[in-house]
Design a protein around this ligand. Structure first.
Ligand SMILES: *Cc1c(COP(=O)(O)O)cnc(C)c1O
Length: 231
């Protein structure tokens, strides 16, 4: 067993334990392996250990890896999880399967217009800002329903849900409380009749609190690939 394979097993065990503690079915939580800053070979190794979904923050780096792993393209699912500028939407629409950080209609419109016809609709999540002030990216919770309706109407996008990146909180309960704010907005969208199924919450340090709050997709980097040099 390689180090990455071993780490993946440990992360899967953490997800299972968190699901057991929350009385949830472990298949209701997907693992997104965040491979930013790590080479294509690390992704290949994780894939060999059974991992299929990968997240990248930086568009150019992500596209370079997608191209380096073209032989696996049909078997991998690539998620763009970083902030997205207008001038990068075309390359994202052409290469990725998912985008998690939508916080403006203009970006969503460009992605829809630029999504190539031969590819399925791009799956997207809106980023909700659950701790206003601390973290500037994301949409305020009260603005999410209107943006969600507008994005759901775009022809070449499939709105799948919400993502949030709350600031680290001092303990499990405080972290869970922040995640629950995102879960409440998610429930609001479902009540409004939107067919959303993805709540992208939780990272290496706080995935247990995210699962306790209803996360359906945890985005884990460090616990799988190891530490990154601090930018
Ligand atoms: C880097 C990153 C992650 C993974 O964080 P770790 O703490 O390494 O697990 C998850 N989500 C986003 C948006 C990130 O930028």
């Amino acid at each position: 067993m390689t180090m990455i394979g071993d780490n993946l097993q440990q992360v899967r065990a953490r997800i299972q334990a968190a699901c057991a503690a929350a009385g949830r079915d472990p298949v209701s939580v997907r693992l997104l392996a965040v491979s930013k800053t790590f080479p294509a070979d690390a992704v290949r190794e994780a894939h060999a250990a059974g991992q299929t979904a990968f997240g990248e923050n930086y568009v150019q780096e992500g596209v370079a890896k997608i191209e380096a792993l073209a032989d696996l393209r049909e078997r991998l699912e690539w998620h763009c999880i970083g902030p997205l500028q207008s001038n990068k939407t075309r390359v994202v629409a052409e290469h990725f399967d998912w985008v998690h950080g939508i916080d403006r209609l203009k970006i969503a419109q460009r992605l829809s217009e630029q999504r190539p016809a031969h590819l399925p609709p791009l799956r997207v999540c809106l980023q909700v800002n659950v701790d206003a002030g601390a973290n500037k990216s994301g949409v305020a919770p009260e603005e999410v329903p209107a943006l969600a309706q507008a994005v759901a109407a775009l022809p070449r996008l499939a709105l799948r849900g919400l993502m949030a990146i709350p600031e680290p909180a001092p303990d499990f309960e405080a972290q869970r409380a922040l995640f629950l704010r995102a879960a409440a907005v998610f429930e609001q969208l479902r009540s409004a009749g939107l067919a959303v199924d993805t709540l992208s919450l939780g990272m290496s340090a706080d995935l247990e609190a995210a699962v306790a709050a209803g996360s359906t997709m945890v985005r884990v980097g460090t616990a799988i690939f190891g530490g990154r040099p601090r930018a």
